[in-house]
Design a protein around this ligand. Structure first.
Ligand code: R5P
Length: 296
């Protein structure tokens, strides 16, 4: 990024608040955009001020309804290109379909990779993501990307929470890297669980494990909470083993259906997420992390 005058920001409809926060930290202006839905459900987008050869940062997370949010992102990128943007950076904190990063069963669409190809095809020069489920989806797509790590922000949040004799727990092996980092920042022990997801039914089974949690406050960390199944299993397991207060944190709080209620009912004291996905638990803002990366 060059000077603030060379760059403008566009707020996608799924990330209005986060986009304004990022623009404020960067000290750059927002391009007003008119978003409408035609009576038959088609999207209408119009930029209400010119781009004039400037760099454009588009901020659009892609939580549910992910297909609509993705299509809007594709339109925003392509419109910026057609309106003469010098460079287009797509900031997509929650990247839909990133969990479909390979063919788990023969014949499956590797949809995460396809989304990357579409972003490139629409004209994005770079994509900025936050704790994307698996960076592998960018391989072979030619899409330049930067994946940011929100775990230090989560750790700093809990540093202030004065946890009693804390322990960090990863609810599955996929969260070991994140959990290890948070435990290092908090200076406390770390443990992880093993989880299997049935490839046909999606049912989650977490292996029973004895962990030294008695009397300790436990912080369970994951990248995404969707149905809450993964967290419910982890929370119930440490609750059965007489943990102290149980906190649950994630970067992308999708919290589908009754997930929040079920996690709390399983024994969690609090759920914390970031504004990657706007929700009732999005207490940690990614604005400074993303703005810092864009500046560099
Ligand atoms: C996948 O393994 C992810 O890291 C999360 O653990 C998963 O997406 C959480 O999904 P759910 O809340 O539906 O268990």
């Amino acid at each position: 990024m060059e000077t603030p005058d060379d760059t403008v920001l566009i707020a996608g409809s799924a990330s209005q608040l986060l986009a304004v926060r990022i623009a404020r930290v960067l000290g750059i202006g927002l391009v007003p955009v008119s978003f409408k839905l035609f009576p038959d459900g088609e999207l209408y987008i119009r930029f209400l001020s010119p781009i004039n050869g400037r760099n454009v940062i588009i901020v659009q997370s892609t939580p549910p309804p992910q297909n609509t949010n993705l299509l809007e992102l594709f339109f925003l990128i392509n419109t910026a290109v057609e309106q003469g943007a010098e460079k287009v950076i797509a900031v997509v904190p929650y990247f839909a379909y990133a969990r479909q990063d390979k063919e788990f069963l023969p014949g499956e669409a590797v949809s995460g990779r396809y989304v990357c190809r579409m972003l490139k095809h629409c004209g994005a020069d770079m994509v900025v993501t936050v704790n994307i489920h698996n960076r592998r989806i960018f391989e072979g797509t030619g899409m330049q990307f930067m994946d940011l790590n929100a775990m230090p922000l989560i750790a700093e949040h809990f540093k202030k929470a004065s946890l009693r004799n804390p322990m960090v727990l990863a609810p599955d092996e996929g969260a070991v890297e994140e959990g290890t980092l948070v435990s290092k920042i908090l200076g406390c022990p770390f443990a992880f669980l093993k989880k299997e997801r049935d490839k046909y039914t999606g049912e989650i089974v977490t292996e029973e494990k004895r962990i030294e949690v008695k009397g300790r406050d436990v912080l369970i960390i994951d990248d995404i909470i969707s149905t809450g199944g993964t967290m419910i299993n982890a929370v119930s397991m440490v609750a059965r083993q007489s943990a102290g207060d149980i906190y649950v944190a994630c970067v992308h709080p999708l919290l589908m259906g009754e997930a929040r209620l079920k996690i709390l009912s399983a024994g969690a004291k609090e759920i914390i997420g970031t504004d990657s996905v706007p929700s009732d638990v999005s207490f940690i803002s990614l604005a400074s992390l993303i703005a810092g990366a864009l500046k560099s």
